[in-house]
Structure formats: structure tokens, C-alpha cells
Design a protein. Sequence first.
Length: 173
Amino acid sequence: MILLKWLSLVDFPKILGLNWETEFFSVWSPSGPFHCSLASQFVELMRNSLNDDFLLREEKPIVLDDYSLPIPDISLVKQRPDDPYFVGSHPKASEVSMVIEISDSSYLRDRNVKLAAYAQASIAEYWIVTVKKIEWFRSSKSETSEYSEIGVFTSDELIERSVFSLDFLDLSF
């Protein structure tokens, strides 16, 4: 007689010998309707503000280093003149201007593990979007592994400031 055990997400890192707290390891279930809707709304609002040099990517991998290939909810990448849609390879961290994570049930991982990984890879701008606020993290142009500016937009401020014009983003790199 063979007994089968259902494994939880917590079991996978243990089996693979990874530390759930420090490794950028992810197994996830499909996103819920609210998560998908919020991501789609962000993409539509942002797409209208971009020029042709940038590409918005939804749930597509980016290369942080030789061992890390996260799939952010939204990434804003600088298009390559010879490969604008990244047919030959995924965008490298140096080609990623911004990452957005929609955080309904994943806030602690987004705020701790992913924040550190994106900062270490010198991703210039990282947003964590929740129902009530957007936390944003911005680095200076120097190569640092920490974000030098941190802020929060509440839901009310988003409406007042029309944050989706993206005028405040530095897209010069």
C-alpha cells in the first residue's frame, strides 16, 4: 500500500533544502480575480503614458542574476533596438526601469524578499500595490543595493495627484 502525502507550499523549500525566509524561491497558485483586475487596470493606465522606447510586460520573467529569474506582476523595460520584444532573451536587470507587484496575500514576501532582491539587482523603481496604498522605492543612479527614496501614495492621493501620468518617473536610463 502506498500512502501519498499532500505537500503544502511550505514543504517545497524544505524538500529542496532552501530557506523560505531568505531564498528567492517561489511556487504560487494562480492569481485571484481582484489581483488580475488591479494589474490590468495599472497596465492600461500606464500604457497610455509611455513612449515607444518602453515596453510594459505582465507576468513575464526578468533576469536579476545567474540564479534569479522572478516573474513580477508588471515590469517596465527599455526596448532593445535589435530585439524590442525580447525574443532572444529575457530582459536583464539593467534593462528594467520599474517593477510593480500587486500585493494582496503576498505583502510580506513582496516587502522583504522581493524588495531586497530588486534593490540588489539595481532595479531603479519598485512599487508594491495594495488595496489602500502604493509603497514606492527609488534608487539613485549610482549602483547601490538599497533604495535611497521611499514613499507611500494612499488611495486618496492617487486620485488627487493623478499618479498615472507617470511624470514623476525618471525614465532617462
